[in-house]
Write a protein that binds this ligand. Structure first.
Ligand SMILES: Cc1ncc(COP(=O)(O)O)c(C=O)c1O
Length: 398
């Protein structure tokens, strides 16, 4: 997809950070800003339209997730859903031990850290070079009585896909052994659009989604909470969302989320194979033309739209600036940490050195990525890398 940014065209290769709202989604949202603006909690007739829109959106989301509408909670996005799942899920259990992985999004990691400050014990599971959780390490961690496990479905930096069903089984076995429930939450923010979100098949108790990653609006998300799973609300107030998340519902955004999710599900298989083919062409093109380029993480259990590479002798920051000047929008790590000068915790967890991690580039494709976009990146990237290398060698006199 080429976007017009301040009057020059830009190839957008950062779909893991966010995606543009689809026109169909905009159209579905528009009436709820000013025509049908009622508060869903009001009793008069005109508010019923908003109330029905929210309830229909809940049914539409439940259909995609293969769950009951009453198990869907609308939130302000992935960050809130993760916070609510971890703090609200853990505090409703007796065992004060939570388990997560070393490569989670900051919303999960920092929520676990907050629990630690409040007296919980946390275990951060290591991952292998492919970014996958070691199930034996999970079993060992579960020997301690545990209230909650949170493992992301797909990673936002390297696209590694965790074996969620296998993790569910291990968690269930441990719950049986301890004779106490353990809540299993997955952050599926990056999975939406390319992987199945069928919570019955996945077996998870809680699942997080964020609309802006699948061509919906920003600032709205979902937390699926399986019926019967204990949950302590983290947002006190008027008791909306069945007492699980107070606050007047963001009606247009909720309608937009449901529309975007339905469309994403409808196109999931075709978009997955399309982006995978383009991603593979991109990888091949880069490998052919850039010496000292290395792919980070496995190419097998990986999101079809994700590519993450490091380049010998290159730092990500000037690389991103060079790409930006040449009209390519990419990133080095997750959007919320890209301003950080620290190496990515995900890349170091899979075994990269600090220097390798600091030289890594993430390119993420979307349903709107074209052959021309790929050709442009394959043309531009080798030149940017070559220029940076020659500048570096001129500096060192090498
Ligand atoms: C894996 C993952 N979890 C959570 C989030 C946070 O979602 P939001 O931007 O809706 O707060 C993101 C966003 O980058 C993400 O990639």
């Amino acid at each position: 997809m080429t976007i017009d940014s301040q009057s020059h065209s830009v190839v957008y290769m950062d779909h893991a950070a966010t995606t543009p709202v689809r026109p169909e989604v905009m159209d579905a949202m528009l009436p709820y800003f000013s025509e049908e603006f009622g508060n869903p909690s009001s009793l008069y007739g005109s508010a019923e339209v908003s109330r029905n829109a929210v309830e229909q959106a809940r049914e539409r989301v439940a259909e995609v997730l293969n769950c009951r509408p009453s198990e869907i909670v609308f939130t302000s996005g992935g960050t809130e859903s993760d916070n609510a799942a971890i703090k609200g899920g853990a505090s409703a259990r007796e065992a004060r031990h939570v388990i997560t992985s070393a490569i989670e999004h900051a919303a999960v990691l920092h929520s676990c850290e907050q629990l630690e400050q409040a007296g919980w014990q946390s275990t951060y599971l290591p991952v292998n070079a492919d970014g996958l959780i070691d199930l034996e390490a999970l079993r060992r961690a579960l020997s301690l009585p545990t209230g909650l496990v949170s493992a992301m479905y797909a990673n936002n930096e390297i696209g590694a896909i965790q074996p969620i069903q296998a993790i569910t089984e291990v968690v269930r076995e441990a719950a049986d052994a301890h004779g106490a429930g353990i809540t299993f939450h997955t952050d599926a923010v990056q999975a939406a659009g390319t992987l199945s979100l069928d919570v019955a098949a996945l077996g998870v108790d809680m699942l997080t989604l964020s609309a802006h990653k699948f061509h919906g609006p920003k600032g709205v998300g979902v937390l699926f909470i399986r019926r019967g799973i204990p949950f302590a609300t983290q947002m006190a107030g008027g008791g909306q969302e069945n007492d699980r998340r107070s606050g007047t519902e963001n009606v247009p955004a909720i309608v937009g989320l449901a529309t975007a999710l339905e469309l994403a599900e409808l196109e999931r298989e075709s978009v997955s194979s399309q982006v995978q083919r383009l991603r593979d062409r991109l990888l091949e093109g880069i490998m052919e033309r850039v010496s000292g380029a290395h792919a980070n993480g496995t190419m097998d259990q990986r999101l079809p739209n994700n590519l993450n590479l490091w380049f010998e002798g290159i730092e990500a920051e000037p690389l991103l600036i060079g790409l930006d000047m040449a009209g390519i929008a990419a990133s080095s790590q997750s959007a919320c940490s890209s301003a950080s000068l620290e190496p990515s915790h995900v890349l170091t967890a899979i075994g990269l050195s600090e220097t390798e991690a600091m030289g890594s580039l993430r390119l993420t494709l979307g349903r709107d990525t074209t052959e021309e976009d790929i050709s442009r990146v394959i043309d531009v990237l080798p030149q940017v890398v070559a220029d940076l290398r020659s500048m570096a060698s001129a500096r060192t006199g090498a």
